[in-house]
Write a protein of this length. Structure first.
Length: 348
């Protein structure tokens, strides 16, 4: 797709980079085979300078993202998540199965820059390589000495891809001073896991771990799959005998667990946004965030809170209110996803 000019009124508010990158992750859902028209509510705060370059590929155009440069001299790459459209617990489970199915969670070797970077999620690697084929020539033309660095972001499937893309950038473009960006920062929202322990070690060796932030809402089950080595969610699930909904959710997740390959490991630093209502509670980080996130998802399954689990994954109505500390009444993301799904259906 050719570079796209997007006109929005200037947004004079001050935003954190975490907030700006969430808006970039949401904006990626506006990429369709027929164009790229993100909502200005999310686009303007990114502070894009010039044209954005959308990228679209893979079977039925399921892999997408965009690259843009910002007014404060960052290069942003945002990777689109899975088009969802779920409206119930059952459809949410189907949504998870969609990107975990067909042995896509089986780990395969990842090579870049002449090195084995570890074993990673097969489906995420295929999607990342699709984007990388289009993205690499653009990144190699940039004079990184004139830029602050590279910001990589995504939500859901796109978040899982961010870790692999960051490793590709460092392994193939090089370190600062050797042709690569001065900084590579990753903001991953609702990120599933992407690689094994060797990949996690290589990620640290490439000096990406300290500049990677995983943003997670309490009760979102996606960041626990595929299960990670130090805490396998499927070994901790329980259900409440007095609550039929609890048994239904437990049974669905137990069946899902039988189809998923394990052996994954976490990378980066976690920020957890706790509470049922995303507006209000102070975020947690470090070991406190990890423990609280595990306790919250186990409790949600035990007491049959299927809607809470489903709703926690929403970029627009769970993550956005948590980061911006205000409700998001705009349903623009749902509209964009519905339009994109319709376009993709027409293309298939």
């Amino acid at each position: 797709m050719i570079g796209t000019s997007i006109t929005c009124l200037p947004d004079t508010h001050t935003y954190t980079m975490h907030q700006r990158m969430l808006n970039a992750a949401i904006s990626a859902y506006a990429i369709t085979p027929h164009g790229f028209n993100p909502d200005c509510k999310y686009w303007a705060p990114i502070r894009v300078k010039g044209n954005a370059t959308p990228m679209l590929g893979g079977p039925y155009w399921i892999d997408a993202g965009f690259m843009a440069e910002t007014e404060d001299d960052w290069v942003v790459v945002s990777l689109r998540g899975t088009l969802s459209g779920y409206d119930s617990w059952d459809s949410f489970v189907a949504f998870i199965e969609d990107w975990l199915g067909d042995d896509k969670t089986k780990q395969v070797p990842m090579y870049a820059g002449g090195s084995h970077l570890g074993n990673v999620h097969k489906g995420f690697l295929e999607a990342t390589q699709t984007i990388w084929f289009m993205l690499k020539p653009q990144l190699t033309r940039i004079d990184w000495s004139s830029k602050q660095g590279l910001q990589i972001t995504g939500h859901s499937k796109g978040a899982g891809m961010t870790f692999l893309l960051a490793a590709l950038v460092r392994a193939e473009l090089g370190a600062p001073g050797a042709g690569g960006p001065l900084e590579v920062h990753v903001n991953a929202y609702a990120a599933p896991l992407a690689g094994d322990a060797k990949f996690a070690a290589k990620y640290k060796e490439l000096k990406l771990d300290k500049t990677t932030t995983r943003h997670q809402r309490a009760h979102d089950v996606v960041p626990f799959v595929p299960p990670y080595l130090s805490w396998n969610i499927f070994d901790h699930l329980t259900w409440e005998y007095s609550r039929p909904e609890s048994l239904a959710i437990y049974t669905a997740l137990e069946a899902l667990g039988d189809e998923i390959y394990g052996g994954y490991e976490l990378v980066g630093n976690l920020i957890l946004y706790p509470g049922v209502d995303p507006v209000g509670p102070n975020p947690l980080s470090g070991s406190a965030a990890v423990g609280a996130s595990q306790a919250a998802i186990v409790a949600a399954v035990k007491y049959g809170d299927g809607d809470m689990i489903k709703n926690a994954h929403s970029a627009a109505h769970s993550y956005w209110p948590a980061l911006f500390q205000q409700p998001n009444p705009v349903t623009a993301l749902e509209v964009l996803e519905a339009e994109a799904a319709e376009h993709l259906g027409a293309c298939s």
